[in-house]
Design a protein around this ligand. Structure first.
Ligand code: TA6
Length: 305
């Protein structure tokens, strides 16, 4: 069976050896294994801290948490009662048994989230989320579908205003990994000590962005296609309708993160396509889709050496 259901997760398997695991909690992808043509042994591509709690008591430290409807601390009045990065990553999503696709190309499932009593207590906007995860031989796609389920008969008709981001923890040596192409983009440096400095855009001057020092940068209007490479390996991320990208690695600051394993920051880079500068406005009855396709780079010439 290409889709196997356990109590807390779905396991997708591909005939060529790839696999993915998706927790119902947060719809968090906690494992993606894929081989390359050089190494036919499926290798883990995501980082999950060994101290991460997977029991639904707090968002997972690793994998691909789904960030919705706010990124970071809430700044929009509709989000004022929400916690950092919103509720999508800390709610239990539903799976109704449907396999969206199951063929040679890949296997795909859809999880959904609609307002629960817990969400309604802190958030009054109406919405419906579908999250479609597709596993192919060398590729993982995750598509977030957002619908404003309020109707134009509601008075006043209420647009849904939200941010969304896929918080990918890509397994990579953080002292060697580089991300391209970000040169020339404006970014906001969240490591700056003052509010004013954090709100002042900088211009990226580096051809390849590294995370050898504490990095927490929000790149605005980014190209949507990124290569994340290190000697001997690499991942490509293609994003659609996610106009921004966040690069994060805490380095030694990681000691302050309770569920981060010791030295965990040496094992990953977060490259997070999102819409996080400003808000997406969705009129009643309308839908929006943000998509990413993550692929294993096969060609050694595309890796940094
Ligand atoms: O996406 C980067 C970021 O917003 C950082 O500022 C850092 O705090 C990280 O996410 C992790 O956030 P979390 O709420 O999961 O601890």
């Amino acid at each position: 069976m290409p889709v196997h259901q356990l109590q807390d997760r779905l396991i997708l398997t591909h005939p060529k050896g790839a696999s993915a695991e998706i927790l119902f909690y947060g719809a968090t992808v906690v494992s993606w294994k894929s081989a390359t043509s050089r190494d036919p042994h499926p290798t883990e591509r995501l980082f999950v801290s060994s101290k991460a709690l997977l029991d639904g008591s707090k968002p997972v430290r690793g994998g691909i948490p789904v960030v919705f409807p706010c990124f970071g601390a809430p700044t929009h009045p509709d989000h004022s009662k929400l916690s950092q990065h919103g509720f999508a990553r800390s709610e239990v999503w539903s799976w109704y048994g449907a396999t969206v696709m199951d063929n040679e190309a890949g296997v795909s499932v859809r999880l959904t989230l609609a307002p629960t009593d817990r969400i309604k207590a802190v958030y009054s906007s109406l919405f419906h989320l579908n999250y479609v995860v597709t596993l192919a031989e060398h590729q993982l796609s995750t598509d977030l579908h957002v619908e404003n389920t309020s109707t134009s008969k509601d008075f006043p008709p209420k647009p849904l205003e939200f941010q969304a981001l896929l918080h990918n923890y890509i397994r990579a040596p953080s002292d060697q990994v580089l991300v391209v192409p970000l040169k020339g983009l404006h970014y906001y440096d969240k490591t700056e000590p003052t509010e004013q400095a954090r709100a002042t855009p900088k211009v990226e001057t580096r051809a390849g962005v590294d995370v050898r020092t504490y990095t927490d940068s929000v790149y605005e209007n980014a190209p949507g296609k990124y290569e994340v490479t290190w000697p001997g390996g690499g991942i490509e991320i293609k994003a659609t309708h996610f106009k921004d990208v966040v690069i994060w690695n805490p380095q030694e600051e990681g000691h302050k993160i309770g569920d981060m394993e010791d030295g965990g920051w040496e094992k990953y880079i977060c490259v997070e396509p999102g819409y996080v500068r400003g808000f997406i406005q969705l009129e009643p009855g309308k839908k929006w889709v943000g998509q990413q396709v993550i692929s294993v780079i096969q060609d050694e010439r595309r890796m940094n050496t």
